[in-house]
Design a protein around this ligand. Structure first.
Ligand code: NAP
Length: 296
């Protein structure tokens, strides 16, 4: 196979690197559709736990064995730093073993600059494919996928997109999907912050929070985000779906894009400071709705 051809079948060995909140349900959906899956995770316990549930999967012991066993590798890591560590910086990392006829699909939310650098420097074919939607949509195959890079790879992976998503975009050159994703998350975090502020004021005014939540349902501000997060803020249940630390790094990457465009985004700058404060106050691994603690 070369960069111009790509054929996927159930026997194609598929590597998956990164068994975090989002990686785990995506891998499970592949296994349940009888794909031939090889997993690797920095913390091996998560891979061992998955193998207990699905003995048919293989666990790669190293980046080398992952690269040598898989034709296509999905990568779903935290951030730029993690992707750099796995793909750029260290001898013995994954990129040392990737070959021209392999494909790497990067599902992580990273900056467009890094994604373009990976596309340029990696030997294999590269597809950028950040995810929109959180843990529950991932479990239910209801994500939205933003993809950019080799179109033939995007087309060949259609059966997998169908397992994971309700809507898939192909957006052209690498970097474009990352830009769309970061704009989406910027708006999401600003919306969450406005919800947190309003609810904090209502609480201080001793308003009935059940009535407030009901009002949201009948108001133009109603949205899936408000529906979901008003409850978690009211109940102060910050079990992570989308960790606060990831929301903050997405704000940071969005602000970098704005800076590059010489565009001032004052609300996003303030939001970033508030998210940073709550990350350093110990809410880093909690759901991003824990940013509402700022107002307590
Ligand atoms: P997560 O639960 O924090 O998982 C992160 C994964 O990255 C783990 O497998 C972790 O390994 C691995 N990792 C981190 N640093 C690493 C390093 N230096 N070397 C190797 N592996 C490393 O994150 P997540 O919520 O699944 O999110 C993953 C990505 O998807 C992020 O870019 C996030 O912004 C994006 N995303 C998340 C959501 C969501 O709702 N959660 C939605 C859309 C997009 P260990 O297990 O060893 O820590």
């Amino acid at each position: 196979m070369n960069k111009n051809e790509f054929i996927l079948s159930h026997s194609t060995p598929i590597g998956f690197l990164g068994l975090g909140i989002m990686g785990m349900p995506l891998v499970k959906r592949l296994i349940e559709e009888d794909y031939n899956v090889i997993v690797y995770n920095r913390t091996n316990e998560k891979a061992l736990k998955l193998k207990k549930e699905y003995p048919q999967i293989k666990i790669a012991e190293s980046y080398q064995s992952l690269a040598e066993s898989a034709e296509i590798i999905f990568l779903l890591l935290s951030d730029n730093r993690a992707c750099r560590q796995v793909l750029l910086h260290y001898p013995g990392n994954l990129s040392d073993y990737l070959k021209k006829d392999q494909t790497l699909v990067n599902l992580s939310t990273i900056s467009p600059e890094l994604s373009m650098r990976l596309d340029a420097e990696l030997t294999c074919s590269y597809l950028e494919a950040p995810l929109v939607g959180s843990k529950q949509p991932a479990e239910q195959g209801e994500l939205v996928l933003l993809t950019a890079g080799y179109k033939h790879v995007f087309e060949a992976l259609e059966p997998i997109w169908k397992i994971w998503s309700k809507k898939t975009y192909y957006l052209g050159d690498v970097g474009t999907a990352a830009r769309f994703k970061l704009v989406n998350n910027l708006i999401m975090s600003l919306s969450l912050l406005s919800l947190s502020e309003g609810m904090a004021l209502a609480e201080n005014l001793n308003l009935d929070m059940n009535i407030l939540l009901d009002l949201f349902n009948h108001s133009v501000i109603s949205s899936p985000l408000v529906q979901l997060k008003a409850k978690t803020i009211k109940n102060k249940d910050f079990t992570p779906n989308f960790p606060l630390k990831h929301a903050q790094k997405d704000l940071k990457y969005a602000l970098r894009m704005a800076e590059h465009e010489k565009l001032s985004l004052p609300s996003a700058s303030i939001a970033n400071e508030i998210f940073k404060k709550e990350v350093s106050n110990g809410s880093s691994d909690d759901d991003f709705s824990a940013v509402s603690r700022y107002y307590q």
